[in-house]
Design a protein around this ligand. Structure first.
Ligand code: FAD
Length: 285
């Protein structure tokens, strides 16, 4: 393949090793369900490179529960996650999130890996799985497998700018017990509007840990770190929650489009955050 003349080549990979090897080819590009990539290639066709179709790699479609981790293979479609017996029995709320995504066609073809790879401004999976402390297993060109917390992956542009394979996403099902997602569907095709995923560790008195991720409000899904820090260690009184809410969009440029201006969006995010925290405190395990 390395000595091939210029042009576009396609490889239907069968094994993880084949995919890993292909990553070192100049211009290698991975194709999963094609929901994001194919429209892009239609408007900007490739002139050269290797398109690697992942759909034949069985190892990437697996969903397992082992050692307390749920592992979601990266080419599981949203529909496959919604229907998976392992998910329905151990983490039904993940199935519910999968069922919220797009329309039937997007759910049947779009995959988890494709959804996490793109820094999509409206991404249910990026928001929810980051709030749930998910870890990704990835393969980089010429490298073995490594893991990266999704929280770091979201902002790691060095990694995002190079081709790499997301093998799987793994998380602890018990994380879902202290997780809440306030979502509103946007009117534009594709994705949530000003939605917020929150998870907390709350012992009935103090909040000792808090993840807050906002999607559908800014050019990228973002982590509200200032609010996380403001809420951690507090007793989550109304004053504490209001103070954290005021910091949600700190330093973030919010979208200004037909679905709302920045002021309206900031208001929506704040009120959804308050609802999420109230629900989490009310239902704390
Ligand atoms: C009409 C519409 C509605 C949508 N609605 C929603 C919604 O409500 N909520 C939401 O969250 N999302 C929504 N989406 C986004 C959707 O979830 C993604 O388009 C889809 O999941 C992408 O997956 P894919 O398999 O089609 O990726 P592809 O289009 O095949 O690939 C997308 C990108 O990811 C890369 N890639 C794919 N798989 C991997 C992998 N395993 N490892 C590394 N890189 C990889 C590709 O190289 C490419 O750069 C919507 C999309 C559309 C078109």
């Amino acid at each position: 393949m390395t000595d091939a003349p210029r042009g576009v080549y396609a490889l239907r990979a069968r094994t993880l090793d084949e995919v890993a090897e292909s990553l070192t080819e100049p211009g290698a590009m991975l194709l999963a369900g094609g929901q994001s990539l194919l429209p892009r290639l239609r408007s900007t066709p490739l002139s050269q490179g290797l398109l690697v179709d992942l759909s034949g790699v069985e190892a990437l479609r697996q969903c397992t529960l082992a050692d307390g981790w749920i592992r979601l293979g990266s080419t599981m479609t949203h529909s496959a996650i919604a229907r998976s017996r392992t998910i329905l029995e151990n983490a039904p709320r993940l199935a519910a999130i999968a069922g919220l995504i797009g329309d039937e066609e997007v759910r049947n073809r779009g995959t988890l890996g494709g959804a996490l790879r793109e820094p999509h401004p409206r991404s249910d999976w990026a928001a929810c799985l980051t709030a749930l402390d998910t870890t990704l297993e990835v393969i980089r060109p010429g490298d073995g497998r490594s893991t990266v917390p999704l929280r770091d992956y979201l902002s790691n542009d060095d990694l995002r700018n190079e081709v790499h394979l997301i093998v799987e996403a793994r998380l602890r099902p018990e994380a879902l017990a202290s997780f809440h997602y306030e979502r509103q569907a946007g009117d534009a095709a594709g994705g949530p509007n000003c939605s917020i995923a929150v998870s907390t560790s709350y012992d009935g008195v103090h909040i000792s840990k808090c993840n807050i991720v906002v999607t559908g409000a800014a050019p990228r899904t973002f982590i509200a770190t200032a609010s996380e820090e403001a809420l951690c260690g507090t007793t989550a009184t109304k004053e504490h929650v209001d103070a954290a809410a005021a910091l949600l969009c700190d330093g973030v440029t919010l979208l200004d489009d037909s679905e709302g201006d920045p002021k309206y969006r900031a208001h929506l995010i704040g009120s959804r955050f308050t609802t999420a925290i109230r629900e989490l405190l009310r239902t704390a395990p």
